[in-house]
Design a protein around this ligand. Structure first.
Ligand code: ZN
Length: 495
């Protein structure tokens, strides 16, 4: 005899930088374990996500033992270029074929990102939901979790019944958002569609490094997102992902409510709040040479902890290659005596270091992106200080507890600079990859991190100072520099 609601769950997420040099997010990307599990099908889903730091982890924790779960498919690409159309079709099909087989449902939960794009699809999440609606019909409540960087469209808003968007950047509330989504699904289960929906788009873009919720105005805006508050089923502020180049790229406000007037009123009020905050977004960056000079000076002053240099434009979590060497070159040029840099992705250099062995000295052309003039390799003789197999479990606040495989890793030294090298891209948001190679980020005088904002969660507290650096990379910080093709007309490229 049935007691609890019948709920299907799945996930398909990726953050697409349309301008990344490497457009390599094919099916193989989703089938490999990296800093997240590979594609999970059916019963693999609850097993693979019960521990970790994903919204689905929180959803599984909070949905209740009486619920009858129908796991579909889950895939997370993290960030990079456009998802190939082949990969999108394969994963969508994996999810939909199971959805067709699960029988009657009372609710559906999906873990999405909101800023995916493919060569053929401007809004793949809406396309996925259209196909889901084609299976489940137009009465089933659908609740999703969304990344704070979602680029949300009106079509997308109309296809769902409620959303829980991350309220933090660094994203330290993913699991909690999954828990909130579980409660929302339970509230809506069996009750039909939510009738009120409203969405609004402020007419400007917000650079990623100006979106941190550790500071105003983003702190206050993100705090307005909520789920399950009386008439308002959910209210979302998404800051948008400027490198996404979709028609609806940029910040948005989305409300689902029990009646249209409530949705309109809540949407309009929050939209007004975003418009009023426009002048307060701080998008300043320091030129690389200035940043390193300041860091060297400030590191000598009395105090504790490293000066952090955030290499924001080579953040692989926003589509950077993580192979850029602009900051490394400047550290070497200014003879930084004690600098630790990570995580630079170069599988060939890691393999060469493993072949040479710990203690060896070898000449390398480290990093660099072939064919991109301002992203050269750094040529020098490096000492192999430490090797690692790249297998560790993350320990940080952004995405802790995830079994991770970054392939062969090496800690290389050149003068006073040490570089953490991996074979698979991972944003420097967690201390575990440094500890894996015996490097202590807290003990370095200068700590150069390939991250825009997530680094603040674990490295912010140890830092004596944080400097945001403008060095070459594919995660270009200033949206005015992107050659948009899909972005709707009339949008200002800066706040
Ligand atoms: Zn994000």
């Amino acid at each position: 005899m049935r007691s609890g609601p019948r709920i299907a769950l799945g996930g398909f997420s990726h953050e697409s930088n349309a301008f990344a040099s490497a457009q390599d997010v094919g099916l193989a990307h989703f089938l490999a374990r990296r800093d997240r599990p590979p594609l999970l099908l059916g019963d693999e889903l609850p097993r693979g996500l019960a521990r970790g730091s994903f919204p689905t982890t929180g959803f599984l924790r909070a949905i209740g033992a009486d619920a009858h779960l129908r796991p579909l498919a889950w895939a997370s690409g993290g960030a990079g270029g456009l998802v190939s159309d082949e990969a999108f079709e394969h994963i969508a099909q994996a999810l939909l074929s199971r959805l067709r087989a699960v029988g009657a449902l009372d609710g559906l939960f999906l873990e999405l990102h909101g800023a995916m794009a493919t060569p053929a699809l401007d809004d793949p999440e809406a396309e996925l939901l259209r196909r889901v609606r084609g299976v489940v019909g137009d009465q089933l409540p659908i609740v999703v979790t969304l990344d704070y960087h979602a680029n949300l469209s009106p079509d997308f808003a109309r296809l769902i019944d409620g959303a829980v968007v991350y309220r933090t950047y660094p994203h330290v509330d993913r699991v909690q958002c999954g828990e909130l989504a579980a409660r929302l699904v339970r509230r809506l289960a069996g009750g039909g569609r939510v009738p009120g929906v409203a969405i609004a788009h402020p007419p400007f873009l917000i650079p990623l490094h100006a979106q941190s919720t550790l500071a105003e105005p983003s702190r206050g805006l993100a705090a307005m997102s909520l789920a399950d508050a009386g008439d308002v089923v959910s209210r979302c502020y998404a800051a948008g992902f400027p490198p996404g180049d979709s028609h609806w790229c940029g910040p948005s406000v989305m409300v689902h409510a029990t009646h249209q007037a409530a949705a309109d009123a809540a949407c309009e009020a929050l939209h007004r709040q975003v418009l009023d905050a426009r002048a307060a977004f701080d998008a300043r960056l320091l030129p690389c040479d200035t940043a390193v000079r300041l860091a060297l000076r400030h590191a000598q002053a009395p105090g504790r902890g490293p000066v952090v240099l955030a290499d924001v434009q080579d953040n692989p979590g926003a589509g950077g290659s993580a192979a850029c060497t602009g900051v490394l070159a400047e550290l070497v040029r200014q003879q930084a005596p004690d600098a630790l840099l990570g995580i630079l992705c170069d599988p060939e250099a890691a393999a060469a270091a493993h072949a040479a062995g710990e203690g060896a000295c070898l000449g390398l052309a480290l990093g660099g992106t072939h064919g991109v003039p301002d992203q050269p390799a750094f040529v020098g003789r490096f000492t192999v200080e430490r090797l690692g197999d790249g297998r560790f479990t993350t320990t940080g606040q952004v995405a802790g507890g995830n079994a991770t495989e970054l392939g062969p890793m090496a800690l290389l030294r050149l003068g006073g600079a040490r570089v953490v090298v991996s074979s698979v891209r991972m944003q420097a948001f967690d201390p575990a990859p440094f500890h894996h190679l015996g490097a202590d980020p807290a003990a370095a005088a200068l700590l150069a991190l390939k991250s825009t904002c997530h680094f603040r969660a674990d490295f912010g507290a140890m830092a004596r100072e944080i400097l945001l650096v403008e060095a070459p990379g594919d995660a270009v910080a200033n949206p005015a520099r992107y050659p948009y093709r899909r972005l709707r007309p009339g949008v200002h490229r800066t706040p």
